[in-house]
Ligand binder design. Structure first.
Ligand SMILES: Nc1ncnc2c1ncn2[C@@H]1O[C@H](COP(=O)(O)OP(=O)(O)OP(=O)(O)O)[C@@H](O)[C@H]1O
Length: 227
C-alpha cells in the first residue's frame, strides 16, 4: 500500500444548527485518483475546505502528511475579456517562496514546462481574457501545478465545461496521475466521468457515505448527471 497522505478519522463538521459531515473516515494514498461525488449541499466543498485547513473539524481529525504540497483548481470563474495578463504571466503569478519582480531562469523554465503539460504552449502569449473557457480552466490547472504539488484538488473544476473540453482537461490530469504519480482528488457531480477517471470513489449522501475502488461504484449511477 502506498504512503498515506491524508487520513480522515471520524470527522464531523457542523455549521450553527446544521450538521454537514458526520463521522466520516477515509484515507488518501500517494498516487491515488479519488473521485468525491454527492448531490448539491451534501458537503463536498466543505470537505475540501477542511483538507485545505480553511475550516476546522467540529469533531474527529484530519491528519495531513507534514509538508504536503497541495495544488487547488477551483470551480470555473470567468475572466474579464479586458484582463491584461498573458496566459504564461497569469500562471507564473502563483509562484510561492521568494518573490523577485522578475522570474528566475529556473522559474521561466518551470512555466514553460507546465504550459506544455496542459497543452497551452501554442497560445502561451495570448491574453487570458481572450482564451476559451476550457483554455482558462487549463490555465488554472497550470497555476496549481507550478509549485510541484504532491496532491491536486479539483473542486467541480469541469462542471461548466462541455463534454469534450471536460475530457480534454481530465485527460491531462489522468496523464499526470499515471506518468508522474500525482495524487488527485476530483470533486464532481458527473457520474459518467467519475466512472471513467478516478480509481477510487467517496460518495457522500445525506444519510452517510460509501467508498471503495471505482469498480465497486454502483452501475445504476452511471446514467447522466447526478443532480
Ligand atoms: N460557512 C458556512 N456557514 C453555514 N453554512 C454553510 C457554510 N458553508 C457551507 N454551508 C452549508 O453547508 C452545506 C454544504 O455545503 P457545501 O458547499 O459543502 O456543499 P457541496 O456538496 O459542495 O454542494 P454543491 O454541489 O452545491 O457545491 C450547504 O447546506 C451549505 O449551505
Amino acid at each position: 500500500m502506498n504512503e498515506t497522505l491524508i487520513s480522515v478519522e471520524q470527522l464531523s463538521l457542523s455549521f450553527p444548527n446544521h450538521l454537514v459531515l458526520s463521522d466520516l473516515s477515509f484515507k488518501v494514498h500517494r498516487g491515488e485518483f479519488l473521485g468525491i461525488i454527492g448531490e448539491n449541499g451534501v458537503g463536498k466543498t466543505t470537505l475540501v475546505r477542511l483538507i485545505l485547513e480553511q475550516l476546522r473539524p467540529s469533531a474527529g481529525k484530519i491528519n495531513i502528511k507534514p509538508g504536503l504540497k497541495i495544488g487547488y483548481v477551483p470551480q470555473f470563474r470567468n475572466v474579464d475579456v479586458e484582463y491584461p495578463l498573458s496566459i504564461e504571466d497569469f500562471i507564473s503569478l502563483n509562484f510561492t517562496g521568494i518573490k523577485l519582480p522578475w522570474l528566475s531562469r529556473k522559474e521561466k523554465a518551470k512555466v514553460q514546462s507546465v504550459i506544455k503539460q496542459v497543452n497551452l504552449d501554442h497560445i502561451a502569449k495570448r491574453p487570458l481574457g481572450l482564451a476559451s473557457g476550457g483554455e482558462k480552466q487549463k490555465a488554472y490547472l497550470a497555476q496549481a501545478l507550478i509549485n510541484d504539488p504532491d496532491l491536486l484538488i479539483l473542486d467541480e473544476s469541469t462542471a461548466s465545461l462541455d463534454p469534450n473540453t471536460k475530457r480534454e482537461l481530465l485527460d491531462v490530469v489522468l496523464r499526470l496521475n499515471k506518468e508522474l504519480g500525482l495524487t488527485v482528488i476530483f470533486v464532481s457531480h458527473d457520474m459518467q466521468v467519475i466512472h471513467e477517471y478516478p480509481d477510487h470513489f467517496l460518495w457522500l449522501t445525506k444519510q452517510g457515505y460509501t467508498q471503495g475502488p471505482i469498480d465497486e461504484l454502483h452501475n445504476d449511477s452511471k446514467e447522466g448527471e447526478y443532480v
